[in-house]
Design a binder for this molecule. Structure first.
Ligand code: APR
Ligand code: PHB
Length: 389
């Protein structure tokens, strides 16, 4: 088999890259190690920046997002029971769209089916070869048969645990990482959200987040120590803990119900540099991880592949290597801004083990400063609703 771009991984990064290249008439093959249903069953975040919304429109998959997505003009922060709304529209004239990553993935899979381009799910033993030469290849086993795809480029869109970054010679890669000593326990529930907008709460018992997927489906999180077991959290225990971490009015308004999904996600900051190795390009979670606090993961994945699709289009249509040569530096500049914002949001909103009273007072003072300063509020609004590329 031969194709122009072999895309490893059918998460949002891989699928969106495939769709953007398809729009440019550039053929791709997607190789994914899981099944379609498995990929669609993963519950991830769901806040889209304006730039992501526009990119999905350009990719031709904006219709359901516009029909079902919820436009939010602000978010609320709640600090030890004191709630404050940051009005993005008033501050900077921008908003975000709440539309689940699962739904973005579903729309992209449907578009892929219609495109006629090949996707191989449940591919075993995926490996990449010769990306230091101009004849890169991807090998895998499908239904017990060994296969090989020759291509011009390999796009490593295979997430944090994927094979692509792991195949780069150790000396060629620099990585930066911080692992936080806590995770997020999240539940999904078919009950109306507690508020029209998201509430990010800091409390001495830990962080909490009230989010949503639709007017009838809510997503809630509470910070838990690393190593916590999800089996130890009954729905009742979860609701009790959530109520204690938000303000009284929110706690009273909360409509609880049986969870339809419950899981714990660790928090990590991670960046790999550079993002290009010969004919291999890394994008999305394969290249970087942000803690979910700033809602940047999906948006970064989208802006990475937006830039990569542009660079590859330039290469195939204009025979220019300028785009692919500049890809890594261009994308990393934005990645680091998102890393900073996500690290900052994480630092002020969570409770850190072994912190002293000074550290806690600094978190409170940071909140008071945000609330009292128009400049600080604008900066929050700018970073939350979209980072300039
Ligand atoms: N071979 C083929 N596919 C693989 C391999 C492999 N060796 N390893 C992993 N994959 C697949 C995974 O099964 C997954 O479907 O690559 C895909 C990567 O998808 P994601 O993890 O969703 O990553 P990405 O597409 O970069 O999307 C980033 O996901 O984690 C969130 O916050 C993040 O919202 C952001 C988004
Ligand atoms: C979510 O709805 O899952 C969500 C929203 C905002 C975040 C993180 C997760 O910052």
């Amino acid at each position: 088999m031969r194709t122009k771009v072999a895309i490893v991984g059918a998460g949002p990064a891989g699928l969106l890259l495939g769709q953007l290249l398809h729009k440019q008439g550039i053929e791709t093959v997607i190789i994914e190690r899981r099944s379609r249903d498995y990929v669609l069953g993963r519950i991830r975040a769901g806040v889209l920046e304006q730039g992501t919304v526009e990119l999905l429109e350009r990719a031709g998959i904006g219709e359901r997002m516009h029909a079902e997505g919820l436009v939010h003009d602000g978010v609320e922060f709640c600090f030890d029971g004191d709630r404050h709304r940051f009005d993005f529209r008033k501050l900077i004239g921008r908003s975000v769209t709440v539309y689940g990553q699962t739904e973005v993935t579903r729309d992209l899979m449907q578009a892929r089916d219609a495109s006629g381009d090949v996707s191989i799910y449940e591919a075993d033993h995926v490996s990449i070869h010769d990306f230091g030469t101009d004849k890169p290849k991807v090998r895998f086993v499908k239904d017990g048969v060994q296969q090989e795809i020759a291509c011009d480029f390999i796009a490593g869109c295979d997430g944090y645990h994927g094979v692509c970054r792991a195949s780069v010679p150790a000396g060629a890669l620099t990585t930066f990482e911080r692992i936080y000593p806590f995770g997020w326990l999240g539940i999904l529930v078919d009950r109306p959200p507690v508020a029209d907008e998201l509430i990010y709460a800091h409390h001495e018992r830990g962080f909490a987040l009230c989010s949503m997927r639709s007017p009838s489906r809510s997503r809630y999180y509470v910070q838990v120590p690393s190593g916590e077991k999800v089996e130890e959290w009954s729905d009742e225990r979860f609701w009790d803990e959530l109520r204690r971490r938000v303000d009284e009015e929110t706690a009273d308004r909360l409509v609880t119900g049986p969870s339809i999904e419950k899981s714990i996600a660790p928090l990590r900051s991670f960046v790999a540099e550079p993002l290009r190795f010969g004919r291999l390009f890394l994008a999305g979670d394969a290249a970087h991880i942000v803690p979910p606090t700033g809602a940047k993961g999906l948006n970064l994945a989208a802006s990475d592949v937006g830039a990569l699709a542009e660079a590859m289009t330039e290469y195939f249509h204009e025979r220019s290597s300028a785009g692919i040569d500049g890809y890594s530096a261009r994308v990393l500049a934005r990645v680091w801004k998102a890393e900073r914002f996500s690290w900052w949001m994480t630092s002020i909103l969570h409770t850190f083990p072994n912190t002293d009273t000074f550290g806690r007072r600094m978190q409170r003072t940071e909140f008071d400063y945000l609330v009292g300063s128009e400049a600080a509020s604008r900066s929050l609004a700018e970073n939350y609703t979209g980072l300039p590329l």
